[in-house]
Design a protein around this ligand. Structure first.
Ligand SMILES: [Zn+2]
Length: 57
């Protein structure tokens, strides 16, 4: 299985970082590597990601 990476933007400092899609699910909490703020992967981010996956397959 290929590693699909999604881009997460920190709402606090606007830092962008990548997370592997297989590590994420709706409601997963990730920490920004720059400021340490915790971001919850929201449902719309997750569905957008899945839409992109559908399009590319
Ligand atoms: Zn941040």
């Amino acid at each position: 299985m290929e590693d699909i990476v999604i881009n997460v933007t920190c709402p606090k400092c606007a830092n962008e970082f990548d997370k592997k899609a297989k590590e994420l699910k709706d409601g997963t909490i990730v920490s920004c590597p720059k400021c340490g703020d915790k971001t919850t992967i929201k449902g719309n981010m997750f569905t957008d990601m899945q839409k992109n996956l559908d399009r590319s397959s």
